[in-house]
Design a protein around this ligand. Sequence first.
Ligand SMILES: [Zn+2]
Length: 123
Amino acid sequence: MKSKGHIPVERNLSSSERTLLQWLLMHGSTDASKYMSQIDSLRIVSKCGCGCPTVDFALQSGRKVGGSDIVAEAGGKSPEGISVGVILHVRDDELSELEVYSTEGLDVPFSLPTPDSLEALPL
Ligand SMILES: [Zn+2]
């Protein structure tokens, strides 16, 4: 939920974020796999402030803004048992945002979906 604003952070990907990104790129659009090589260089530069695990990425330079292309979309379940949707955004050919939302619109904190719960959605 972007309405509550994104909070600046500076950290590397967690192992669960990395695993999810790899899964999405393997199950995404036909050219999604070309972004696989960016994963090692990605940093997380901001996160959603609402308690969901949505994060924004940057490569060497700053975070890209503006319109995005969606390269992968999936549904799954968080460890808390919440049904979530995941959307992977690319901007200017760089992985840019991992958007995670409650499909039921629940306004409670939750974590990334577990890998074995994921199902790719058609783009
Ligand atoms: Zn949020």
